[in-house]
Structures are given as C-alpha cells and as structure tokens.
Design a protein around this ligand. Structure first.
Ligand SMILES: Cc1cc2nc3c(=O)[nH]c(=O)nc-3n(C[C@H](O)[C@H](O)[C@H](O)COP(=O)(O)O)c2cc1C
Length: 164
C-alpha cells in the first residue's frame, strides 16, 4: 500500500486477535521508532516493550487502558527530562511512537495510543527512573475489529494559509 494510503486508512484498534506479533515485525516497528528525527539528534527516548501478561493486566486497570491486557505488545514511550532534553523530548518521543504506529499499520498490525494512565503508578510498576517521564503507552496487535471511520474536522476548519 502506498505510504499515504497507510496513513489515511489507519484507525485506532482496541480489539486484537489472539496472535503474537512475529519478532521480525516487532523489530521493524521498533526500528521505525529508532530512526525518528529528534532535536539535535539527541534521541531522548526509551521504549519499554511490555509482553508480560501480569504487567499488562496491571496496566489495564484504568477506564481508558482496558484493551492493554488483550494486546500482545504494549510499548511505553519514555522521554528524558534532563535540562538539555526536556524542551523537545516529548515531541521526539511522540514522533518515534507515531513512526511505530504507521509502520505497524503497513504490516497489518493495529495500534492505539493511550494517554489515560496514572504516570506515578506506571513508573513504579515498570521501574522507570525519576528523570524520565512517560509520554504515552501504545498497544499493538492484529486487528479483531473494523472500527467505523472517525469524523475528522473539515480541512478548512483546521488549516489556513499565511495567517491564522
Ligand atoms: C495522545 C493520545 C492519547 C490517547 N489516549 C487514549 C486512551 O487513553 N484510550 C483510548 O482508548 N484511546 C486513546 N487515544 C486514541 C484516540 O481516542 C483516537 O486516536 C481518536 O479517537 C481518533 O480515532 P482514530 O485514531 O481511529 O483516528 C489517544 C490518542 C492520542 C493521540
């Protein structure tokens, strides 16, 4: 599929087949993250690949995270908060995560961004050091649903030329 069609056809997927993500596909997804641009090429990120059923169950206990337990893989995107990195690290880490989302979709693997987690609890559970923040969690898995197309704002409402 041409890349533009991959981007335009992507939907958040919250129901997954009981099927593992093969290691070579996971490697491609992670590599797409690793190759993302970052300010001064500082690559201020760390990605935790969660596959453990018990940890996924723990991460699923909030209203907006329930699908984590059914995903074969959930990736936790962490950004550095040190003086040199904190201004841009959230942006870089977000770009890397979205690179992963798009690459996954091109491989037939669905995903869903998750912002509805309790950062302090997840940091403790995954032993994330103090100087790191969690940007988002993203679930990955082969789709077991075809979600309806989400309504997006018309282009004229979100884009203007030259002046706001
Ligand atoms: C930063 C961010 C946080 C999100 N948090 C959640 C979440 O906590 N739980 C969830 O089910 N979906 C979450 N989503 C998915 C959005 O609900 C979804 O992207 C939106 O409804 C548009 O649908 P689409 O992705 O299919 O285009 C999040 C998306 C983004 C980008």
């Amino acid at each position: 599929m041409p890349l533009v069609n991959v981007i335009l056809s992507r939907r958040s997927i919250r129901q997954y087949q009981h099927k593992e993500i093969p290691r070579d596909a996971l490697n491609k997804i992670l590599e797409a993250g690793r190759q993302a641009p970052s300010a001064m090429n500082r690559q201020p990120w760390h990605f935790i690949v969660v596959t453990d059923a018990e940890i996924k169950k723990e991460l699923s206990k909030w209203l907006f995270t329930k699908h984590i337990k059914d995903s074969p893989v959930t990736i936790v995107g962490c950004a550095k908060t040190s003086f040199l990195d904190r201004k841009w690290s959230t942006i870089g880490t977000s770009i890397a995560l979205q690179n992963m989302v798009i690459t996954a979709w091109a491989l037939g693997i669905g995903s869903c961004w998750i912002g509805g987690f309790k950062e302090d609890k997840v940091k403790r559970l995954l032993r994330i050091p103090d100087k790191w923040k969690i940007v988002a969690l993203v679930t990955f898995g082969y789709p077991a649903e075809t979600p309806h197309v989400k309504r997006k704002k018309p282009i004229g409402k979100v884009v203007s030329f030259n002046k706001f």
